[in-house]
Design a protein around this ligand. Structure first.
Ligand SMILES: NC(=O)c1ccc[n+]([C@@H]2O[C@H](COP(=O)([O-])OP(=O)(O)OC[C@H]3O[C@@H](n4cnc5c(N)ncnc54)[C@H](O)[C@@H]3O)[C@@H](O)[C@H]2O)c1
Length: 284
């Protein structure tokens, strides 16, 4: 009896061929989300603005899971409603109806360790063009994709939206970890204001959609991951890991199981939730 129950529980993680759209799907974590979808038995649909990155991601996934693995990619700019509508029609024609959406795309200006943006991101100097550009991808893009794909899910009466926020969707950036010795105050690198605004905003979008769509069978949740190891320098790593109770950053594949949980029937009673996976960073 116990064994039967366990088998039943595990089957709830199986996506059973469901189609999951991943925005920014060719980026560092987007490809990991795609791996979670493929390993869970779904079809991963990568939307990304960079064609070469999509091509490289497809090669990588086919090398790992076989040339017939369930992944497709489309070059799409998620800041435009028309381009999202066009790609959504293509996906339906090529693959079928979309069951899940992972709003993952973002402009990620590099500020960790190796960057030298020399004060350009400081709040006092922050350019309007960068504000608008970051918001267009991280927030407007998520709104538009939820509108286009979420409406289809609501019409069919089932679906799931997962917004990728951040530990910095819960807490403010600690700007001290980005500081470099020998630079004047006005030359220091900072985490841009848009990052906080977008990541907090995605949590608002999550709660709005979760309640708006609750009776239509569409769930919406947010995942707040913390930083992953990606070639940051030692000095930065030391300062950051000091702020994390577990004393380390995440490995790049450490969010895959949470992703699969949140987009599958395994989380069938979860909506409007903000799941924090951050080695304890936001607890301190
Ligand atoms: N990497 C981390 O340590 C970390 C930590 C916490 C949260 N996150 C969040 O996870 C998500 C993915 O991060 P990542 O590290 O993989 O970033 P990444 O920069 O590697 O990937 C982002 C992808 O979005 C794509 N993109 C940008 N503008 C687009 C547009 N207009 N239309 C379509 N695609 C567009 C980029 O081409 C890129 O492939 C982001 O939302 C990020 O803020 C990342």
């Amino acid at each position: 009896m116990a064994k039967e129950y366990a088998a039943n529980t595990m089957s709830r993680f199986n996506l059973g061929g469901r189609i999951i759209v991943i925005t920014g799907g060719a980026g560092l974590l987007g490809v990991q989300h795609a791996e979670a979808v493929i390993e869970g038995g779904g079809t991963a649909v990568l939307l990304d603005i960079k064609k070469e990155a999509i091509d490289a991601a497809m090669v990588r996934l086919r090398d790992k899971y076989g040339k017939d693995c369930s992944v497709v990619g489309y070059v799409t700019d998620i800041t435009g409603e028309e381009s999202i509508r066009c790609v959504s029609e293509r996906i339906v024609r090529d693959c079928g109806s979309v069951y899940g959406l992972i709003n993952n795309a973002a402009n990620n200006p590099k500020v960790e360790g190796n960057a030298a943006n020399m004060g350009a991101f400081q709040f006092e100097n922050f350019p309007m063009s960068m504000w608008l550009g970051d918001i267009a991808v991280g927030l407007t893009g998520a709104f538009l994709c939820a509108k286009v794909f979420g409406s289809g899910m609501a019409e069919r009466g089932n679906g799931v939206i997962l917004n990728i926020s951040s530990d910095l969707g819960i807490i403010a950036p600690d700007q001290r970890i980005y500081r470099k010795d020998g630079l004047a105050d006005n030359e220091q690198t900072v985490k841009p204001v848009t990052y906080s605004v977008i990541k907090h905003g995605l949590i608002g979008l999550t709660k709005y959609l979760a309640t708006y769509y609750a009776e239509k069978g569409v769930r919406c949740n947010a995942l707040c991951p913390a930083g992953v190891y990606n070639g940051q320098n030692e000095e930065f790593l030391k300062k950051l890991t000091n702020l994390i109770p577990m004393g380390r950053m995440a490995h790049v594949d450490e969010y895959k199981s949470t992703i699969l949980y949140m987009i599958s029937e395994a989380s069938s009673y979860m909506t409007g939730s903000v799941v924090v996976v951050d080695g304890g960073r936001t607890v301190w």
